[in-house]
Design a protein around this ligand. Structure first.
Ligand code: D5M
Ligand code: FE
Ligand code: ZN
Length: 489
């Protein structure tokens, strides 16, 4: 915690030198460890451009990457921060879903409350009441900026003659508003259905009722990711599909051999994250048996376990399930059931978690989520495709939710608490499912889709999905630099 007095002295120092601090930069500064005043002094000393405003990039420039070579060899430390597996507590039927959405709404509103403009959020019931009495037409009733703000769940989105109509529910009422301008339409179509959204409304000329001036997703703040104090690497993989005829065992064995080699980088690998679809499973899609080498989940898991037992014991491994793995299909998914785990629980360096789960690797927070909802995001968001899954993952970060849309391809369980709200900001968001490797960075979070170890299936061929299998994503946790390691010879 930064003390009020420290904030005051840092702010007055900046002012005395003729500088202002942008709110985003200020939020980032407060998140830093150490002396706030000294940080501001250093920024002003280093500031090259003539701008009198201290911005996020100035704060980022303050923290030059640590020279890993100088850091003393430290103990490698991992910790499970969130595991949906033991928390699974399904509610009943319709009541369960009512609880789930209420929980989503409340958890996300707490995230929105950190924005200064959230103080202007009005109840939908009040906004509608004003509308009925006719007073909304007066500029004054629209608040200080001539606008008013509502926030709630996005219940539906429809194309209308005059724009895109969004229906918002905030538990005091439900209302339809129109995105008429080019900007508003674009922002409205980039939202995921059933996510929480904040809208700034105005009385636009020529549009009946209230129309959307601006769209705000809860989003993650621009931030500096945590880094490991010592040089350590994490490897991210997913979607082996052991048991499938298309499982690329040769390439996977090459990867396992590499993990046991004395390569300079490999010796510093301390962590491995496996993002689900460990096996191909049974009865996952019609006529799957024609594409299988092993006809039951337990033997597929047994073979996967045999392969994973080759991972050097010093590499702490975290495994979550995907939609092909045993256990319940609806999200959040508990970890692999014991009965069909094929000895997986006997591997002492492997920890089985639910989907999603969050782990800390030397202080770097990795949110692991198989990625089923990416099918829905890609299907409903204009401009997105299976070739750039990281773009779709950014929609989830913006929504602050891993699987917002209910009733499409991704089954969601009626949990009393919505565990898929991203309350904590991940340093790395790791998904698979799409079978295409993609690495990007979004507002300080590293976004990784770790591809697959399965060659193109018939289904993927008909869907026009060209996978990029046989590649592992390696991240230097001290610098947060990622790279791809290709095992296709
Ligand atoms: O998913 C393998 C690939 O197939 C991945 O690119 C997603 C895509 N896929 C999976 N399910 C669907 C549906 N229902 N619609 C469209 N595309 C889909 P995997 O989970 O390994 O089978
Ligand atoms: Fe898969
Ligand atoms: Zn999958």
């Amino acid at each position: 915690m930064v003390l009020q007095s420290e904030i005051k002295s840092a702010l007055s120092y900046a002012t005395s030198k003729g500088y202002q601090i942008h709110p985003d930069a200020f939020a980032m500064l407060k998140g830093l460890q150490g002396d706030l005043l000294k940080a501001v002094q250093d920024i002003i000393r280093q500031k090259k451009s003539g701008s009198p405003v201290i911005v996020v990039d100035d704060v980022k420039g303050l923290i030059a990457p640590e020279s890993a070579a100088e850091a003393p060899p430290a103990e490698q430390k991992s910790e499970v921060l969130m595991d949906s597996s033991p928390a699974v507590n399904t509610g009943e039927g319709v009541d369960g879903y009512a609880l789930l959405f209420k929980s989503r709404y409340e958890k996300t509103m707490r995230i929105l409350a950190q924005r200064p403009d959230s103080r202007r959020i009005a109840k939908i019931s009040t906004v509608k009441q004003n509308g009925r009495s006719g007073s909304v037409k007066g500029e004054r009733s629209l608040g200080n900026a001539g606008t008013q703000i509502i926030a709630g769940l996005l219940m539906s989105r429809r194309q209308r003659k005059n724009g895109i109509e969004l229906e918002i529910d905030d538990y005091t009422g439900r209302m339809q508003v129109i995105a008429a301008t080019e900007d508003a339409r674009k922002a409205a179509s980039a939202l995921a259905l059933d996510q929480v959204v904040m809208l700034e409304l105005e009385n636009a000329k020529g549009v009946p009722g209230l129309s959307i001036k601006s769209v705000f997703s809860p989003d993650i703040p621009d931030h500096l990711p945590s880094r490991s104090k010592s040089e350590a690497y994490a490897v991210l993989i997913s979607d082996m599909h052991v048991g499938s005829k298309y499982f690329m065992e040769q390439e996977f064995l090459r990867f396992l051999d590499w993990l046991s080699s004395d390569d300079d980088v490999v010796r510093k690998i301390s962590f491995l994250c496996i993002g689900g679809d460990v096996i191909d499973g049974i009865g996952i899609f019609p006529n799957q048996d024609k594409e299988l080498l092993m006809m039951d989940a337990a033997s597929q898991m047994g073979h996967a376990t045999k392969l994973l037992s080759k991972i050097p014991k010093r590499i702490k491994t975290f495994i979550i399930p995907g939609n092909h793995d045993p256990g319940r299909r609806a999200l959040p998914q508990p970890g692999f059931p014991q009965a069909t785990s094929g000895g997986l629980y006997g591997l002492e360096n492997c920890e089985v978690l639910g989907n999603p789960a969050m782990v800390s690797l030397n202080g770097v927070k990795v949110l692991m989520f198989h990625g089923q909802s990416l099918d829905d995001v890609i299907a409903t968001t204009p401009g997105l495709s299976y070739q750039r899954p990281a773009e779709a993952m950014k929609v989830l970060l913006k929504a602050r939710h891993l699987s917002p849309t209910y009733g499409e391809r991704t089954p969601i369980a009626p949990e009393a608490e919505d565990m898929m709200v991203m309350t904590e900001i991940p340093d790395i968001l790791h998904s698979g499912h799409v079978h295409v490797t993609d690495v990007d960075s979004y507002r300080g979070t590293l976004v990784v889709n770790s591809g697959a170890w399965q060659a193109q299936t018939k289904f993927q061929q008909t869907m026009g999905i060209t996978p990029s299998p046989g590649i592992a994503i390696v991240v230097n946790l001290a610098t947060m630099q990622p790279f791809k390691k290709d095992f296709n010879q």
